[in-house]
Design a protein around this ligand. Structure first.
Ligand code: CUA
Length: 248
């Protein structure tokens, strides 16, 4: 249903959407019931000439039921949400399906840079491809990522993948995704990281195997390298990153 408002482009985007819908439906139901009852009480017991206010302490058994019964029902709904949330969490964050490809993601004030393993499929070899602001991935391929921060806390968020993961200085955080639909999707930092937080954006470009092979060939060409692919270390600011960005 959320698909109508925002594209879902990963294998787990649907299960995150279902969870959000489940929460909205349960919370929405109780919101409507509680507000309707509240307004009915206000109307039913509004001021009338000659009728005096009834003072209730709330200690009476039959009055207490008005609190305890809805309370129990809300707790049952909470449990349903907890079970659904734990299941989705386990699938996305606790279980790593075997990687077909591994990429490295660097967060820094205020740009994203990426290391693709290049034609040999291995990180930390001579043919690694470094890009700034653009992550190129193959559709229907399980990617593991190693997420690092060069300075402060950041958060790697790809809304279309329903993926969000904090980057913590000093730690290498691993996660995964499998894109299901070719296209260009936004990356946005979602953890306050200083002045440029709001403009710390990037793009994931999900390509067909043919498009990806063409991209690899283009950026692996030595003639291409100096201006367009970024050599290590990544530039220190988003402004210089823009200049060095790999253009499709
Ligand atoms: Cu990086 Cu906010």
């Amino acid at each position: 249903m959320l698909e109508r408002f925002m594209t879902g482009a990963s294998t787990y985007s649907g299960s995150v959407d279902h969870l959000i819908f489940l929460i909205a439906a349960l919370v929405g139901f109780w919101l409507i019931v509680a507000e309707a009852f509240f307004f009915w009480l206000m109307f039913r017991y509004r001021h009338r000439e000659g009728r005096t206010t009834q003072y209730v302490t709330g200690d009476e058994k039959e009055l207490k039921r008005w609190i305890s019964v809805p309370h129990m029902l809300v707790i049952v709904c909470d449990l349903v949400i907890v079970v659904g949330a734990v299941k989705v969490w386990m699938d996305i964050k606790q279980t790593m399906p075997p990687a077909e490809q591994t990429v490295r993601i660097y967060a820094q004030q205020w740009a994203w840079s990426f290391v693709d393993p290049g034609p040999d499929g291995m990180l930390d070899t001579g043919d690694d491809i470094r890009t700034v602001g653009e992550l190129h991935v193959k559709v229907n391929t399980t990617y593991h990522f190693e997420l690092l921060s060069r300075d402060v806390l950041h958060s790697f968020c790809v809304p279309a993948f329903r993926l969000k993961q904090d980057a913590v200085p000093g730690r290498t955080i691993r996660g995964w995704f499998r894109a299901t639909r070719p296209g260009t999707y936004d990356i946005q930092c979602t953890q306050m990281c200083g002045m440029g937080h709001g403009v710390m954006a990037g793009r994931v470009i999900v390509e067909t195997p043919e498009q990806h092979a063409q991209w690899l060939e283009r950026v692996s060409n030595p003639a291409f390298a100096p201006q367009q692919a970024v050599s290590s270390p990544a530039p220190a600011s988003a402004a210089s990153a823009q200049v060095a960005e790999v253009r499709p």
